[in-house]
Design a protein around this ligand. Structure first.
Ligand SMILES: Cc1cc2nc3c(=O)[nH]c(=O)nc-3n(C[C@H](O)[C@H](O)[C@H](O)COP(=O)(O)OP(=O)(O)OC[C@H]3O[C@@H](n4cnc5c(N)ncnc54)[C@H](O)[C@@H]3O)c2cc1C
Length: 416
């Protein structure tokens, strides 16, 4: 009996796993990839180190997917974090477990993940056609029977769509997914950039902070003046705003609030380990020890120099004056400023800078046990094109790998 033919459209994290699993389950698999090389996004993940997954247990993992957590359960039952680690380890990838359960490549090279996956696919005779963008799906009697490219039609028993979201379009994921899905009747939950940096309203104040990276700060998120959440960790500044893990993880809430026209502020506490009283005492100690230095020079013991400049400007204190001439009122102002630095959020940066796309193919129209479309027979979908997204920490790649894995097995087994 001849092997069933499965076309995988999109050779990213989801598509590569879908292809390999379909081949392992008896299919002849061809990947159509638009870019010159597959998985351009995978190789830049985790700042080039690839945060592959997160070792949190399933009950804590699922809530990271919010309202789509129920949908994701069967995919994670098919392939979860330790199975993914074992799978990659058996392919020859060494990994390290880091803070917060995050798993990275041991080599620090995301490209090593791609290397082992490509070697695996080669052994399985999966054909990867690069520079081959799919243009449309071929449908007959509510059943997919192939994929058209500019040059030809690839007929298939099943098609797995794994063409990604709309973020970082330079990596190939420029939103084609939504056109394919819509063209066959699927609903798209409106998309918007997620895990995204923000521009701020008072950026003239902070543009001197460009590329400043702060660790161990606390941020409180205020929406229309009401405190919504607290986050501790790393905050980064870019030319016109803020980014870094704290901001990215708050970004779902911030984007939603901005869409509703609400006012969003981040209040930064630069010294969360010290309450105001202790911070005041620390300031007095510094003045006692370094009072003959200028205020700016003394404050550099507490803060990065770019922040010192802003501190003295915003508090209208002459930074050149001797630290021991600081009045009690000025000391109080400085302490208050250190614990209540206010940033007014303006708007999210565009898709080009978003780590993931929120929204996508409505998961109600996908069978969670197989990843097959409920509208079009033999059409499977996986990865970020679905309305599935989580915060940072390795959750999004695990989702792409797991849904791809499940789609590959299901598509091939349908014809076994
Ligand atoms: C800078 C950055 C860092 C990230 N770091 C992490 C991290 O460390 N950990 C984590 O969990 N997540 C991370 N993510 C998110 C993660 O990379 C994505 O969620 C994941 O790659 C989605 O996989 P995917 O296979 O669904 O889509 P993609 O990886 O986007 O792959 C889609 C593929 O489809 C191809 N394609 C698109 N249209 C067509 C077409 N018409 N025809 C043929 N091919 C097509 C594209 O070229 C691409 O190769 C990061 C994202 C970014 C942008």
């Amino acid at each position: 009996m001849s092997k069933p033919i499965i076309i995988v459209v999109g050779g990213g994290a989801a598509g590569l796993l879908a292809a390999g699993k379909a081949a392992e389950n008896g299919a002849k698999v061809i990947i159509l990839e638009k870019m010159k090389r597959p998985a351009r996004k995978l190789v830049i993940t985790g700042k080039g180190r690839c945060n592959i997954t997160n070792l949190t247990n399933l009950d804590e993992f699922l809530p990271h997917f919010g309202r789509t957590s129920k949908f994701m359960r069967p995919a994670f039952n098919a392939l979860f974090n330790t199975e993914l680690k074992n799978f990659l380890y058996n392919l020859g990838l060494e990994m390290v477990d880091e803070r917060g359960g995050r798993v990275f490549t041991k080599s620090g090279k995301a490209s090593d993940v791609l290397k082992v996956l490509l070697a695996w696919l080669k052994k399985l005779d999966v054909e990867i056609l690069t520079s081959t963008p799919a243009k449309s799906l071929v449908i007959e009697n509510e059943k997919v029977i192939g994929v058209k490219t500019a040059e030809r039609t690839f007929f298939a028993d099943a098609v797995i769509l794994s063409t990604g979201g709309a973020s970082y379009p330079a990596t190939g994921s420029s939103g084609d997914s939504y056109l394919f899905a819509q063209s066959v009747g699927h609903k798209i939950i409106p998309i918007h950039p997620a895990l995204v940096p923000f521009d701020v309203l008072n950026y003239e104040t902070i543009n001197s902070l460009n590329e400043l990276h702060l660790r161990n700060v606390n941020c409180q998120l205020f929406i229309d003046g009401k405190k919504k959440s607290d986050a501790f960790g790393e905050l980064e500044f870019h030319e016109t705003g803020v980014t870094g893990p704290i901001v990215l993880n708050l970004s779902f809430t911030i984007v939603a609030a901005l869409k509703e026209g609400k006012k969003v502020n981040l209040q930064v506490d630069f010294k969360p380990a010290l309450d105001s009283e202790k911070l005041h005492t620390r300031l007095l100690r510094d003045i006692a020890e370094r009072g003959k230095e200028s205020l700016e020079s003394m404050l550099r013991g507490l803060l990065p120099s770019q922040l010192v400049t802003i501190c003295v400007i915003q508090n209208e204190i002459n930074g050149k004056k001797l630290a021991n001439t600081l009045t009690q009122k000025e000391r109080k102002k400085v302490v208050h400023w250190l614990k209540h630095f206010m940033i007014e959020i303006d708007k999210p940066r565009p898709f080009e800078e978003a780590i993931v796309t929120a929204g996508g193919v409505n998961t109600r129209e996908i069978n969670p046990n197989t990843m097959e479309s409920k509208l079009v027979q033999d059409l499977f979908m996986a990865g970020e094109m679905l309305d599935v997204q989580a915060d940072t920490g390795g959750f999004n790649l695990q989702a792409a790998f797991s849904t791809g894995w499940l789609a590959g097995i299901s598509a091939a087994q349908k014809f076994a």
